[in-house]
Structure formats: C-alpha cells, structure tokens
Ligand binder design. Structure first.
Ligand code: GLC
Length: 597
C-alpha cells in the first residue's frame, strides 16, 4: 500500500511511518552500525546473482537510435574514436507501432543480422520492453493475452485500458504467476534467435498517460499470486513482478550466459532480478547533484546496480555539464548515457574535442578499474555490501561524515568527490579519517578534515586509501577484447595494515557458483623499511594471466632485497620496467620487499 514516512518533521525526535492499508508487519534492524543494518536488510530482501562483466562496461542509449544504419554508425564511431563501449540500446522505435516483441521491418529489416554484426564488434544489444500491450486484434501478443485472460480488469469487469506509447493499451497482470510464465516465453525469439543480450523494462510503475494520477485507478484487480486484491495493494510491486518475469525470460533463453535487465520501477527486493536507473532526469547542475545522492541511497537500500541518465534525459547539457556527469557516472555501478533525443545529440563526440577527450579518459579509467568494480559487485552479491558507500556508512564514528552527501567511497578504497557546480576549478571537501593518496598526484593527505581540492575540467578529485591494492585491466574497447596477460595492481604503501581483494571468474555464465572463481585476499603490512604482502587464494578458476605487476606508490625506501615465500629472488629479474614496478608470479603466500637495514 501507499506508505508515508515522517523523519522528525511533525515532532522532533520522532520518526513515524504509516500506510493506507495492510497488515502491521514490520522489521526492526538494530544495527547499530549502518553496515550491519544494510547487511541484515539485504539478507531479508535478497541479493542478486553476479551480472555479466560486460554489463559493467559503458552503455550508450538514446530515444531512439534508428534505423539500423544509424545504430551501426553510432557503433562504428565508438570504435573509430576508440571510446570503450559494451552496450547499445534500442528504445521504443525499433518496434512495429510500439508493439512489444515486434520489429519495425522498415527500420530494421534483418534484426538478427544487425545484432550479430554488432556482436562481432563487441557490442551487446539491449532492447526496451514496456508493459502496455497495444489493443490490436491482429497482434499475437495481444491475442494470446486476451484469450487467456491475462490482462488486468477494473473492479466492475472491463479491461484496464490506458494510453501509453502505442495508443490504447491493456496491461498484463504480472502479479499472476501464470501470466509471468507466459511472459517468460515471449523472450525466446528476441534472446535465443536474434541474440539480444539485455532487456530494458520501462513505464512499469505502471505509467499511464493523460490521467491525473499517471497510473492505474485504485480499483483495478490483481491476482497477487492467488490472493486477489486491488491496485491499492499491488501498485508498488507491479513493476517488480514485471522485471521478475523479464529476468526469468531472459535468463531462460540466454542460459548458460547471465541475463541483464534494467528497470525503472521497483520495490524492496527487486534487486534480485534487475539493475536500475533513476528515470527521466534533466540536464541541469541540480540534477547532477541529485544523481550523486540518489545512487548512494539506492546502494545502501540493497540496490547497488544503479545509475542515472548521464548528461540528463531532458534538455541539452553543455559540454562542461556532460564532462562533470561522465566523471561521476563512471563511478556509478551502472554507467549509461541516455537522452530523450529531441534536443540534439548526446554521444561523447557531440561536444568539443576537450569533452571528447575527457569522456574517453574517464570511460577508459572505468575499464581499467573493472576488476576492482567486479570485486565490489562480488561483495555486493555475496554479502549485500553497498558498492557505493556514503561517508557516514564509511566512517559512522566520525560525526563529521553525518551530514555530507556529495562524496562517497567507490568500493572500499577509492574516495570520489564529484564536481557539482559549473565554472569551478576546485571545491571544498571533507576527507574522511585516515591517510589517502591523491589519485592524480600520489600526494598523501591526512584526513579527518576539510580541505580545498583542485579540479580543473579534466579532473574529478579521487583519493585512494593508503595500503590499498587496486587491480587494473588494460584499456579495452569492450569487455573481453583483450586477453589479460598480466594483472596490474597499484599498491599504495601504508605504515600499518590494510586488506584488499581481487575477485575474478569466467566473466559470464554460472561456473562461479560451482567454485570456478579466483579470489585473491591480500594483507599488506608496511613498516619503515619493509613491505610484507600476504596472499590467501581461494577458488578453482584459472585466470589467463600468471603474473602480477605490482606498481608501487609511496614506498619510502629503496628496495634492496625481495623474498618470495622466504626465498630471496634476484631484484633485477623482477623490476624490468622501472624501479617501482615489481613483477611476480601470481601464486605466492608472502612477498617481502626489504629496504636497507
Ligand atoms: C520513458 C523512459 C525513457 C525512455 C522513454 C521512451 O520516458 O524513462 O528512458 O527513453 O520513456 O521509451
């Protein structure tokens, strides 16, 4: 039911919530630390499977890319300009008169060939599917649903009719398990035959046009898994049940590969099935601020796989706004540029050369950080740990973090401080307690204080927690383009101890659930004249590489001696590239880098 929350508005120090109906059925999470609240909350509401690694790449979308020649042009331009991109989206115009599960054959005469040509260039095709089914007696999806009585009815009997993109529509009752099963099988052609890799569910609040409430009337009936009820009760879960059915459908026909789903509407628990974006935002600085706050809140609500329309959906961003948005967006778990398309172009090359280069630089940065991001996804899917951590979540004991919402920690060890204002060369920020390396300069900063940080247009302030070991892949134009010959790890010296991990697996498929993953747990202990790195390895997955390339940052002594598992190795053999780079076999228990004694 519709729910209301009052956080100390009516009465100071009193939080209350109430709803229009339903059982009094609530859960209290004591915590008291935020991480334990989130972890118990996600135990209750559920965690997803790992997404395919390509889904963590960069996605390009617009309303709409069509016809086929336009889609191909966009794809080719990414490759020509060497801007990494993994997914390209088809918005509603790929369909025949906005009929779900159909193709406009004038615009897309041979979808299967187009999708396979895109696949050959490393692009995965994602298509939109909305809940509104066009009322058209000639249309098979409509016919089947009508024959089987799958559409929602009003309380007094007639079908729930509403206007959406196709004009007059009826809406499948996704709260009915039989309807969901039918919906699952509708994906066979799209996924198995045509080769589409992901499905985008939209308008599933459900959205209805030209009515004041913008949704169903409250009397609409729902099956509610065999416990019939009205829309008053089912409204909040309608969208979730749609994305659930979509997830099952894509999974069924993509198997043994992993499905990818994105949805606009969701409810607590929807994270089990799909990723999210925050809906139709505006190309404004205010909405850039909103984007940073919204995605952090999604993350601590168990829904980490979230992002915003980079650059803004409505209206036209300036090059500067787009640049600042992409700098933020590459640190969101879901990273997609999307726009309504009615105001001009929003591809990385639609602005000036500077913005193009900035965009490429940050998308490349995201691709190099993929193993770090994937490790964060593994922690999210296995433990419910938020991928982005608001400062208060990161260090709750420090009251200075409590009211700061516009900085966050990406994963566990990278602090991101987005620039949310125009025409600035820097900003004030709060650096959480502990020591941090400025990512761009390697300057070490002691936190627990406010400071000014420089941020010309090509820089988003980033800081790495001392002691961190950050894994990096080479820049790839798409996930899987290159074989990973060696794993680079940036090692940030710390006087003291810090733990890090690298999780990897087949990047797609389900072998990881049978133990075919590789988890390197590292413990770094830095002393005045020594760095000790211990490794504990788990899992049966064989990575393509056998060597780690450790790039050392901030080590305060010259390395004179290296011991691997207590045996001295010739330093010259390990440091072929430069003094601060050490190449070692990936399998070791203990590595000691020793300075002069
Ligand atoms: C909705 C979606 C938007 C999409 C449009 C057309 O406004 O939120 O992302 O492009 O519909 O399908």
């Amino acid at each position: 039911f519709r729910t209301y929350f009052d956080f100390c508005q009516e009465r100071r120090n009193v939080t209350s919530f109430w709803a229009d109906g339903g059982e009094m059925n609530y859960y209290f999470f004591y915590g008291p630390s935020m991480d334990s609240v989130v972890s118990v909350y996600t135990d209750l509401t559920g965690k997803p499977e790992l997404p395919p690694l390509w889904a963590l790449g960069y996605h390009q979308c617009k309303w709409s890319y069509y016809p086929e020649s336009n889609v191909k042009e966009i794809a080719a331009k990414f490759r020509e300009l060497q801007i990494p991109c993994d997914a390209i989206y088809l918005d509603i115009d790929y369909m025949e008169g906005f009929r779900c599960f159909t193709w406009n054959k004038t615009y897309f005469p041979d979808p299967k060939k187009m999708v396979s040509d895109l696949t050959a260039q490393g692009f995965k095709t994602v298509v939109i599917i909305d809940p509104g089914i066009k009322v058209d007696p000639e249309y098979s999806v409509f016919q089947e649903a009508l024959e089987n009585d799958y559409f929602c009815h009003r309380a007094d009997g007639p079908y729930m009719r509403g206007k959406v993109w196709p004009g007059r529509c009826y809406f499948p009752d996704f709260t009915n398990p039989e309807v969901r099963e039918w919906w699952v099988d509708l994906f066979e052609e799209l996924i198995e035959d045509i080769g589409v890799k992901g499905v985008w569910n939209d308008m599933n609040e459900p959205a209805v046009m030209e009515v004041p409430t913008k949704t169903f009337p409250l009397d609409v009936r729902h099956d509610y898994d065999g416990n019939p009820c009205s829309h008053r009760k089912a409204h909040n879960i309608y969208g979730m049940q749609m994305s659930r059915a979509t997830y099952e459908g894509v999974k069924k026909f993509a198997y043994p590969k992993r499905p990818f789903i994105i949805t606009r509407a969701a409810y607590s628990g929807t994270q089990r099935f799909t990723s999210f974006w925050t809906g139709d935002n505006v190309a404004s600085w205010e909405h850039l601020w909103l984007a940073t706050v919204q995605v952090q809140r999604m993350c601590i609500s168990g829904m980490s796989f979230a992002g915003t329309d980079i650059g803004g959906f409505a209206e036209q961003p300036t090059g500067e706004l787009y640049a600042r948005w992409i700098q933020l967006g590459v640190f969101h778990p879901f990273c997609r540029t999307h726009s309504s398309g009615d105001h001009g172009e929003q591809e990385p090359w639609s602005f000036d050369e500077d913005v193009l280069n900035i965009t490429r630089k940050y998308i490349e940065l995201r691709y190099t950080l993929l193993p770090y991001l994937y490790t964060s996804f593994w922690r999210y899917t296995s433990k419910g740990e938020p991928i982005l951590k608001p400062l208060v979540y990161f260090d709750q004991a420090d009251v200075q973090t409590h009211y700061r919402t516009d900085e966050f920690v990406f994963g566990r060890q990278i602090l991101v401080c987005p620039i949310l204002e125009f025409n600035v060369q820097g900003r004030r920020m709060y650096v959480p307690r502990g020591k941090w390396y400025n990512y761009w300069t390697d300057e070490v900063i002691t936190g627990g204080r406010e400071m000014w940080v420089e941020a010309p247009l090509h820089i988003i302030p980033l800081f790495v927690k001392e002691g961190a070991m950050i894994p990096r892949y080479p820049v790839q134009q798409y996930v899987g383009e290159k074989k990973i010959e060696e794993l680079v790890i940036d090692v940030y010296y710390k006087l003291g101890e810090e733990k890090s991990a690298v999780y990897e697996d087949g990047q797609d498929g389900y072998d990881y659930t049978k133990g075919r993953y590789s988890l390197m747990n590292f413990k770094l202990v830095g002393k005045k004249d020594e760095v000790v790195i211990q490794q504990h390895h788990e899992g049966m997955f064989d990575t393509d590489y056998n060597e780690l390339v450790l790039r050392l940052h901030g080590v305060p002594f010259d390395i004179k001696k290296v011991l691997i598992d207590n045996e001295e190795v010739n330093l010259a053999d390990l440091t072929s590239d430069s003094e601060s780079t050490i190449k070692v076999n990936k399998i070791f228990y203990e590595l000691r880098l020793i300075g002069a004694k």
